[in-house]
Design a protein around this ligand. Structure first.
Ligand code: DX5
Ligand code: ZN
Length: 215
């Protein structure tokens, strides 16, 4: 069964607590939280104080996707606010082993993400240190973009590598995921689907998530 992680970037920001409860009630596996710094990506979203306020509204894991430069500066803050998975971008830090180690030493799950134009080879040296590989299927920064089908082969290759190395990290795909692209990603080997627009704009989030679980 593939896991589903609704991205609250597409939620109603005036009612975020309620939206996080709605995500959990709809049967989501994780809550995906997009953190942007206006430098790594040309957009600003939420930070640790908001995550801390939202944390009591759901018991499922918070999957925190850091789209920030030099994430090592803020790992402690994201640990304190209750993030369960903390994912950094391979393009955003000069010390990937150090930052992954900080996350794991704090008892949190460590994730590494790569942009659509970044080669899988960039993350290969770190695969054995990961709980999660987050494959971006759009250029990070905004919700509502179109899925880039060329990432399917990257997902398949990541899955092949994972299995051949006997590793167990999750492979999450993020950006432009809907019924069709989500199914293709699951078939290519993704184990987690993150999605904003398609889930928050669906008629019934629970029905949609149940359908995706079966991909
Ligand atoms: C994009 C974010 C995504 C985004 C997904 O930078 O990392 O998580 O919220 O939104 P959709 O599913 O609308 O592409
Ligand atoms: Zn994201």
């Amino acid at each position: 069964m593939v896991k589903v992680a609704p991205s609250i970037l597409s939620a109603d920001f005036a009612r975020l607590g309620e939206e996080v409860r709605r995500v959990q009630e709809a049967g989501a596996d994780w809550v995906h939280v997009d953190v942007m710094d206006g430098v790594f990506v040309p957009n600003l979203t939420i930070g640790p104080e908001v995550i801390k306020a939202l944390r009591p509204h759901a018991q499922i894991p918070f999957d925190v996707h850091l789209m920030i430069e030099m994430p090592e500066r803020y790992i402690e803050r994201f640990v304190e606010c209750g993030a369960d998975y903390i994912t950094v971008h391979v393009e955003a830090s000069h010390d990937i082993p150090g930052v992954l180690d900080m996350i794991r030493r704090a008892g949190r799950r460590a994730g590494l993400s790569l942009n659509p134009d970044t080669n899988l080879a960039k993350v290969e040296p770190y695969l054995q240190d990961l709980d999660l590989l987050l494959v971006m299927s759009v250029q990070p920064g905004f919700s509502g973009q179109t899925f880039r089908p060329e990432v399917l082969s990257k997902i398949a290759r990541a899955r092949e590598l994972r299995d051949s190395l006997g590793l167990r990290f999750d492979i999450e795909v993020d950006g432009g995921i809907n019924r069709d692209t989500g199914r293709s990603c699951a078939e290519a080997g993704a184990t987690v689907l993150a999605a904003g627009s398609a889930l928050f704009r669906s008629r019934d989030m629970a029905t949609e998530i149940a359908l995706w679980h079966d991909f």
